[in-house]
Design a protein around this ligand. Sequence first.
Ligand code: G4P
Length: 293
Amino acid sequence: MSELTIRNIQWFPGHMTKTRRMIAANLSLVDAVVEILDARIPQSSRNPEMNQMVGTKPRLFLMNKADMADPVMTDRWIAHFRKTGIPAIPVDCKSGKGVKNFTGAIEQLLQPLLEKRKNAGMVGTPIRLMIVGIPNVGKSSFINRMAQSRRAKVEDRPGVTRTKQWVKIGSNMELLDMPGVLWPKFDDQEVAKRLAFTGAINDDVVDIEMLAMMLLEYLAKTYPKALTERYKMTEFTEMGGLELLETMGRKRGMLISGGEVNIERAAITLLDEYRSGKLGRMTLESPEEQADG
Ligand code: G4P
């Protein structure tokens, strides 16, 4: 299938520069960096420059939205990240599941440092963490969960000024909520596609019919059972995207005059149902297909 065109992505080079500078300027204030990923697209939701920006600072990945990801795949991703030297834990910041494991994971990550502080008698020094992630990945949800209060959500839009804030968690942890948000690797077609599937790239800037066809092609190959169970689709292995979408729309009775399928309606329904988890828990990429770890 041809390429997905993404129109007018609002991502400004100036904004990236500012975020890069902010991370560099604040790294020395924190003991570790927590990068929140979307467990459905653990690689595509990463920032392409994070490795370089963070350097040797200890890092933890939070695989958020794990409730919507394939649990078997989440385990494989966690094992993969561990091999690259970065521990990862699954969390669901919507329900709070897994969030209780965060403190333990951080203590384990920073064990040498905490030991050193203890031996030096620095018992009251809080653990300071920088929290980063691409837009919509669940940064606010995580910080709110940890802070156990609902703070007003401030839009992470370029041009909206916000100052950095420390959020106190209990007596021994402080989270640095950075005003800048990370950007994903938009220039990679596969990455852009997966971000659009999950809704991380707004539907206004993509062709949703094309997007739905691409998602169906992926699901037909990787999660065929979901299409059979949800849409009663059968014998679709040889079908291309358009035929898949037509079949799905027909099964749902989305017809217009003349008996043709209302493709737009079918596309919107598919994307909605996928994103709200009605097709089941799915992961859209595997560690095996990633070359750069
Ligand atoms: P951000 O600060 O990184 O931009 O993300 P934010 O916390 O605002 O979360 C973005 C959306 O993702 C929100 O949905 C939020 O509820 C949802 N979300 C966050 N974490 C999880 C998770 O672990 N599982 C699931 N299923 N969803 C999660 P929304 O539709 O924008 O808002 P609302 O539904 O909360 O009203």
